[in-house]
Design a protein around this ligand. Structure first.
Ligand code: SF4
Length: 726
């Protein structure tokens, strides 16, 4: 603006928060970001939300980690104490500052000890790693390679397990690939949109602006969500169904389409398998039978189903409300079947879009931060895929095992049982993000050896034996992949504080100390050059050699173009925003129709815990809050935790706006002020999980979806009452 000091430097990069992947410019003076502007990236065309525009000064927070830390002998690890923001004295009591050589030696030594102590080597490894969906593709790739080769285990996972693991399981089973079929901006070509179990106005805000634009142009929007969230104002219909009854709602829609003859028989015949079984399965799911279960009347169920099936182009977008259930895979199976039986897939403005949460959860998954697959979703059980990786990684044949590793919640459980003894965690915060957080914190505190790389002393890092200070997003160069499968280049804009070093450098140094002959020569300061034989460029080229999806995207091309959508098969391929235009990447080329059964949530309300708890995010805060709660504008907008209640429920409980409520589940309790929200369903509470002082995940249920191994973060039974004396 007219009053802004001209910036010395302007560096184009990508927003570090959500999966929309907005491009932005950092305006830098004297090594500090002063403001941020949106630029014309393919996902945002100059738009930014409040997080992208104002959430940048966390990088300059005085709380940044600037020196490696080693835990003092005998210093306590208190899993149930106040973990957040230890005072400087408490930090000094627990940790001493160390040189990088000392800290890396200590980190490597602990892993060597854990590996050597395993009597039953070759069966279950005692070591596991959590990588990060907040880092770059290159960092994710190096991390999984380190775990798989130095620790010789597939015990490597990341927050995708808490995010879209069930969607991925259903998409892999049905379509042979878990990618989004169409980019988010394709909503402009749709005349019908089903948004289910997602709150894009808060979690994918720029994406929500494209949805609102599509509605203005005439698209019919159906918002299916127990909560009446902001997008409801723009919708043709809001389906406020009972929490946890997604399968009833969606099977009733499928029943209507199949038994009213609204399917696309030519598409079903040409591109799918098992329609007859699906039809037989759906017989029991008439709208008349399902209306009392899901709470949506028969006429509305039929009207919405007909509108979806008969639209020229209809698109489905979904989020954690679908995936974070013990029946998450079944929920996603229904959405896949809807698109397939109506042929609403394979054209612009149609298809299936599981909205990816983190800025790089798509890329981190592609790069192999998943225990059952190598990079590009090549199954660890697949012999030729393992051999290809072993050749490229110069490993002895047979080094990579054929048994999948453990997933996030399984690793935490194994740590509790003392089967996992040592962990490497890069930029994740399971002490806040895992379900039943008290159990997760006990498991982390009980490890023999915990090494955490992060930019702050997070709740997880507070329990570490070695803490390695990493670079923040604006301090490094590397690629990220957004929800649209668009690979974009983030560029280093400012120097890191103190002795903080790039995660990719840390991983390479650890690998060398663990006996691997890595020689990428990653720069410690997070920088990268055009050179594709050195540093981050060399890592990217190695990924490309292993990953057919990006085979046509060289480091040079990425540096030049800055954003390319995969699949990109060769140098001439411009990238393919819409996929499955003619069949599917399955052995038969056809998609499978899989019927979903109706199962109740793992824990239902009862006399002692009569209400339902839903957890989620807020517009201003990102996940566990480690970055946004240290961003001054965002913190000022939403400074403290709240529990949202419907006004009538609050009244029944003797609560009002601002009153202090106690929320208790079988696993824990928190106390926090009430926010009145008329969009809440009755007898239901909503708590965002960003606040350590009232951590929502102390309450949540770790019960898993049997296929996707995702926890039921969207449903557990709680009791809410006034805090005595408030
Ligand atoms: Fe960043 Fe997402 Fe907001 Fe875009 S919509 S500015 S990517 S948080």
């Amino acid at each position: 603006g007219a009053f802004a000091k001209p910036s010395q430097q302007q560096v184009d990069s990508v927003c570090p928060f959500c999966g929309v992947g907005c491009q932005l410019t950092y305006h830098v003076n004297d090594g500090k970001i002063e403001h941020v502007e949106g630029i014309a990236g393919p996902a945002n065309e100059g738009r930014l939300c409040v997080k992208g525009r104002f959430g940048f000064d966390y990088a300059h927070s005085p709380e940044r980690l600037t020196r490696p830390l080693i835990r003092r002998a005998g210093a306590p690890k208190d899993p149930h104490g106040e973990l957040r923001r230890l005072t400087p004295e408490q930090v000094r009591e627990r940790f001493r500052e160390a040189t990088w050589d000392e800290a890396l030696d200590a980190a490597a030594e602990g892993f060597r000890r854990a590996l050597a102590s395993t009597v039953a080597r070759g069966r279950r490894s005692p070591v596991a790693g959590f990588g990060s969906a907040k880092g770059t593709n290159e960092e994710a790739y190096l991390f999984q390679k380190l775990v798989r080769t130095a620790f010789e285990t597939h015990n490597v996972d990341h927050c995708t397990r808490l995010c879209h693991a069930s969607s991925v399981a259903a998409l892999m089973e049905g379509l042979g690939s878990a990618v989004v079929t169409n980019p988010l901006r394709d909503v402009q070509h749709a005349d019908f949109l089903l948004v289910i179990g997602a709150n894009p106005a808060q979690n994918h805000p720029v994406g929500a602006t494209w949805i609102k634009n599509a509605v203005k142009k005439g698209a019919r929007l159906v918002l299916a969500d127990p909560r009446r969230t902001e997008l409801a104002r723009h919708s043709w219909k809001h389906l406020g169904f009972q929490p946890g009854t997604d399968v009833a709602l969606l099977n009733a829609m499928l029943h209507t389409i199949v038994f009213e003859g609204l399917t696309d028989p030519a598409y079903i015949e040409a591109h799918t398998l098992d329609f007859a079984q699906l039809k037989a399965h759906l017989a029991d799911f008439s709208p008349e039978a399902m209306a009392p279960v899901c709470g949506i009347d028969v006429a509305t169920l039929r009207e919405v189903a007909r509108a979806y099936a008969t639209a020229k182009n209809a698109m489905i977008l979904w989020g954690m409300g679908i995936s974070q259930h013990t029946h998450g895979t079944d929920n996603a199976r229904c959405l896949i079947a809807l698109a397939l039986v109506t042929g609403q897939i394979g054209r612009p403005g149609t298809g299936l879009h599981p909205l990816r949460g983190q800025n790089n959860v798509q890329g981190a998954s592609d790069a192999g931060l998943i225990p059952m697959v190598l990079p590009d979703y090549q199954r660890v059980a697949d012999g030729p895929a393992r051999e290809k990786a072993e050749r490229l990684w110069k490993l002895a044949p047979g080094t990579l095992g054929s048994e999948p590793g453990l997933t996030v919640v399984e690793i935490v459980d194994a740590a509790h049982r003392k089967e996992i003894r040592a962990m490497l965690i890069q930029g994740e915060n399971p002490a806040m993000s895992d379900p039943d957080a008290a159990h997760a914190r006990e498991a982390l505190a009980g490890l023999d050896h915990l090494v955490v790389q992060d930019i702050f002393l997070t709740e997880t890092a507070s329990l570490a034996d070695v803490v390695l200070p990493a670079t923040a997003w604006p301090e490094k160069t590397g690629s990220v992949t957004n929800t649209d499968r668009c690979v974009q280049l983030g560029r280093k804009a400012v120097p890191a504080p103190g002795d903080a070093r790039a995660d990719a450098w840390i991983t390479e140094q650890l690998a060398r100390r663990l006996g691997l002959d890595w020689a990428y020569g990653v720069a410690p300061d997070g920088s990268a050059t055009d050179d594709a034989t050195q540093g981050i460029g060399a890592v990217f080229e190695e990924m490309r050699a292993l990953m057919p999806s990006i085979a046509g995207l060289s480091w040079a091309r990425l540096r030049r173009q800055g954003a390319v959508t995969y699949p990109v098969v060769d140098a001439e391929d411009p990238g393919q925003p819409v996929v499955f235009t003619d069949g599917f990447p399955t052995p038969t080329g056809r998609a499978s129709l899989v019927g979903a059964v109706l199962k109740p949530p793992a824990e239902e309300p009862d006399v002692e815990f009569p209400m339902v708890l839903i957890t989620g995010r807020q517009l201003e805060h990102w996940h566990t809050g480690s970055m946004t709660r240290r961003s001054s504008v965002l913190d000022a907008l939403e400074p403290s935790p709240v529990v949202s209640l419907h006004p009538e429920t609050a009244r029944r409980l003797g609560l009002w706006a601002g009153a202090q409520a106690q929320v208790r589940s079988r696993r824990g309790e928190v106390a926090l002020p009430v926010r009145i929200d008329e969009g809440m369903p009755r007898e239901t509470a909503f708590i965002p999980f960003a606040y350590a002082e009232a951590a929502a995940n102390l309450l949540t249920n770790p019960a898993l979806d049997p296929v996707g191994k995702i926890a039921e973060l969207k449903y557990c039974a709680v009791d809410v009452r006034p805090v005595t004396g408030s």
